[in-house]
Write a protein that binds this ligand. Structure first.
Ligand SMILES: [Zn+2]
Ligand SMILES: [Zn+2]
Length: 358
């Protein structure tokens, strides 16, 4: 009889294998996590109010918004919907532009980003998920520790996600490999460009430095925490209106919809990973989908995977096509994204192939 892998044997409640145990409790979770996340942003708002006209100017704010929008869409439209899930195809120049913009968000090089995120979808909230809040168990203590792990802590672990197994398509794309290798340079540009713009617009070095602070460092920190909140909060707090795979606890969290450019409709996304729109219906605002629609109208993007009318009328019926499949043939050693309705990759539970450097 075949031995079960940790992911197959997972019961949906226990700590993941080798994760530490914590005592069980079930109160105060939402209040505490909300305070943890909102307090820094409230402090930031107070800081802006106190520093206005002296340590921050309108130029700084407009530059911060501009760089947030460009790098944010680089992550959501570029890294996530285009490169990870192949929700559409883009003209080569647009594909490269989005990859460069996403790389300027200080979230790692694009190939590693995609590999980690594909693995997250393959093992969502089960052993093998790189950043599940349920890693340490479903009780309160475990979830709080898991929240920190899913938000930020996983970045400090030595989990190796082999790009050769999870992103072979990008390793085979010379342009994407070049942009991935240029990640340190693009990070430097992400800080130097606001500095140069602030200096040029204000005509003073001090103006350059305040732009560096707000449109560089603070903008990067905000986008990082919004992205990480999709990993952490959007698997803990919010609605779960759509059917997903077993153990998948992704949620829709409306307060983050605008800042995350639609990524916080995360339950909708996990129910149909390769759909270009994560929100359902007009009320679930999804700026990333709006931008993809614009690209499609301009004929810069095609083969866009949109919801069908049937998807929207019967959101729960997609559950049946989200079971994890395991391939065994040698030719299936490379993970494949299947048709647009599900995007479930085949062969998720095989042993990793040897890692290939680009
Ligand atoms: Zn997720
Ligand atoms: Zn995804």
């Amino acid at each position: 009889m075949r031995a079960h892998s940790p992911a197959e044997a997972y019961d949906g409640r226990s700590p993941f294998p080798q994760a530490a145990q914590h005592p069980t409790a079930h109160t105060g979770q939402v209040a505490l996590t909300t305070a943890i996340v909102l307090t820094p942003f409230l402090a930031l708002a107070v800081g802006v109010w106190l520093a206005w006209g002296n340590g921050i100017t309108l130029t700084d704010l407009l530059l911060a918004v501009a760089f947030y929008v460009v790098t944010g869409f680089g992550v959501t439209v570029g890294f996530h919907r285009l490169l990870t899930h192949r929700s559409f195809t883009a003209r080569p120049w647009l594909r490269a532009t989005l990859a460069v913009a996403g790389s300027m968000s200080f979230q790692g090089n694009l190939i590693d980003w995609v590999a980690v995120h594909r693995r997250h979808h393959a093992f969502t909230d089960r052993p093998g998920d790189p950043h599940s809040p349920y890693r340490y168990g479903a009780h309160l203590g475990g979830q709080l520790r898991g929240l920190a792990h899913a938000h930020l802590g996983w970045l400090f672990t030595d989990q190796h996600v082999p790009a050769g197994r999870y992103a072979p398509d990008l390793l085979g794309d010379p342009m994407m490999v070049r942009i991935a290798r240029a990640f340190p340079v693009l990070c430097a540009a992400s800080l130097l460009l606001p500095f140069a713009a602030g200096w040029a617009i204000s005509g003073s070095l001090y103006g350059g430095l305040t732009a560096f602070l707000w449109a560089g460092l603070v903008r990067i920190a905000l986008l990082q925490h919004v992205t990480w909140s999709v990993n952490s909060l959007c698997h803990m707090i919010g609605d779960r209106p759509h059917a997903t795979r077993k153990h998948d606890r992704s949620t829709d969290l409306w307060p983050l919809a605008v800042l995350s450019f639609g990524e916080s409709w995360h339950n909708g996304h996990h129910s149909q990973p390769s759909c270009a729109r994560h929100g359902r219906g007009r009320r679930q605002i999804d700026p990333s989908a709006t931008l993809i629609r614009l690209f499609e109208r301009l004929r810069w993007a095609d083969h866009v995977h949109w919801h069908t009318p049937g998807d929207l009328q019967r959101p729960r019926t997609v559950a049946s096509i989200h079971s994890l499949r395991t391939g065994t043939s040698p030719t299936s050693a490379v993970p494949q994204l299947t048709g647009h309705r599900n995007g479930v990759r085949r062969g998720d539970q095989r042993r990793p192939a040897p890692y290939r450097r680009p």
